[in-house]
Design a protein around this ligand. Structure first.
Ligand code: DLL
Length: 442
């Protein structure tokens, strides 16, 4: 195979919808939204029932703000309609099915028509291109393949962009490293914590992670921080951008980040209408810039139109930059159902990541353990974190103290810090579990 050069990041050819004005985009949103609510009402019994109960009809949607009159859809709705009750097309028109891993309760099942798969691939391609990936590049896809939406979703987009895709999936880290060295990919697609696992395993093998052919990483499927971006970019000598999405709304590629600004993912608003609501008082739709729960309505989906889906992801909407008409989302601080309430204080793992990574002696490998010690009524949080390989055991005592103090100052809760040996905590293969809640169930 001859080596050809690929276009530099500045020479990307954008989709027309990426460059249209906000006015034009909103006009497109309104017509697509009117179509979608009528389509969902006519074809999905759950929507008909919910709209009727709420006393709204698709014809009530005259302007974009009317969307607020329509009822929300939740994960619970999808579970109750398991497996195919939410589908708006007959089964023979469903080209693919994905499902959430379903750690609690029933899995949620989603479907795609052929056109949905094409739209999805187009939006992942758009996201990858925004993040620096170009046609002709070799892309190492380490998102898990299977029912999880990450692997096949990213795969379809990389192929649609015109890349050479290496469908490695998650896990078998030693093998991943061999293939990165032999195939020399330009870009890697993975969860941030799995990329960290790969970098870590390279160092163990005496390979400098900064010396590989990789130049770009497109990371998502779990919350990550600016501190983690810095960690990965410096250890691997890459540009790392965010990609966001969720199965119920489409999969990866609902939003993607531009490499030239690295200031949060642009939501592809020609296909999804976002809203931010007050998570505790959902009837309150919040303004741009205000923090709350992200809600999505699909504008073009055929197999599974989704109306006002409550993601439980906490963030805010910001004005577009690299793609001015499309609003950005701030970093996801966490999911409302991942929030730890410790003695009345709300806490997310990403806050601990942010603080810990500013302390040079501590590594990004940590877990949060919640316990209620015998005979006590107070919950206890223990941050278990690995020291960096380069620091001595003696050097970490003060780092542990600093971490404890910083958590107290910035989060407001007291905790215990247990600095452990490098390599002793479980590594990620995909979405990493950070919280171990060992408190007795009420
Ligand atoms: O994780 C879709 C995806 C795959 C996105 C690969 C990006 C890359 P689900 O398994 O349905 O879908 O999980 C969706 O993951 O509601 C968020 O809580 C979280 N999530 C996804 N992307 C990000 C991100 C995929 N960039 C859930 N930052 C979402 C923070 C993210 N959290």
């Amino acid at each position: 195979m001859t080596q050809e050069t690929v276009a530099p990041a500045s020479e990307a050819v954008l989709d027309r919808e990426e460059t249209i004005s906000r006015d034009e985009l909103e006009a497109l949103q309104l017509s697509r939204l009117q179509h979608t609510v009528a389509y969902a009402y006519d074809r999905v019994p759950l929507y008909k029932r919910k709209f009727d109960e709420a006393g709204v009809h698709p014809t009530d949607l005259r302007e974009l703000s009317d969307l607020g009159k329509f009822p929300f859809t939740t994960k619970e709705d999808l579970r109750l309609e398991y497996p195919f009750g939410m589908f708006a097309v007959p089964q023979h028109e469903v080209a693919r099915i994905h499902a959430s891993s379903g750690t609690t309760g029933r899995a949620t099942v989603v479907g795609y028509t052929k056109k949905d798969l094409e739209d999805w691939a187009k939006l992942v391609a758009r996201s990858l291109r925004a993040s620096g990936v170009r046609p002709g590049m070799k892309v190492h896809n380490a998102y898990g393949y299977g029912l999880f939406t990450g692997g096949l979703g990213a795969h379809g987009g990389a192929e649609a962009l015109g890349c050479t895709v290496i469908p490695i999936s998650g896990g078998q880290t030693e093998r991943q490293i061999t293939l990165i060295q032999d195939f020399k990919p330009d870009a890697i697609l993975a969860t941030p914590t799995y990329l960290l696992t790969i970098a870590d395993a390279m160092m163990k093998q005496g390979i400098d992670p900064a010396s590989t052919s990789l130049k770009y990483a497109v990371l998502g499927a779990e919350p990550w921080t600016e501190e983690m971006r810095h960690e990965l970019e410096t250890t691997m000598n890459i540009k790392a951008c965010d990609i966001y999405g969720l199965s119920e709304v489409m999969g990866p590629g609902v939003a993607g980040e531009a490499v030239e600004t690295q200031d949060g993912s642009h939501i592809w608003e020609d296909h999804f209408r976002p809203e931010i609501i007050d998570a505790f008082d959902p009837s309150r739709v919040l303004g741009d810039g205000e923090h709350g729960e992200l809600v999505f309505t699909s504008l073009t989906k055929e197999a599974l139109p989704i109306i006002r889906y409550r993601t439980k992801d906490l963030t805010r909407l910001l004005p577009g930059t690299a793609r001015p008409a499309h609003r950005r989302m701030g970093r996801i601080t966490g999911r409302s159902d991942d929030m730890i309430i410790l003695r009345g204080v709300n806490l997310f793992p990403s806050q601990i990541e942010e603080i810990a990574l500013r302390i040079p002696e501590l590594s990004p490998h940590f877990q949060l353990e919640l316990t209620r010690p015998e005979g006590q009524r107070m919950d206890q949080l223990t941050v278990r974190i690995e020291r960096r390989e380069t620091v001595s055991v003696e050097g970490v005592a003060s780092a542990a103290k600093v971490l404890q103090q910083q958590i107290k100052i910035h989060v407001g809760s007291s905790c215990a810090v247990d600095v452990v040996e490098p390599g002793s905590l479980e590594r990620s293969n995909g979405k990493l579990r950070r919280i171990y809640d060992l408190r007795p169930k009420a």
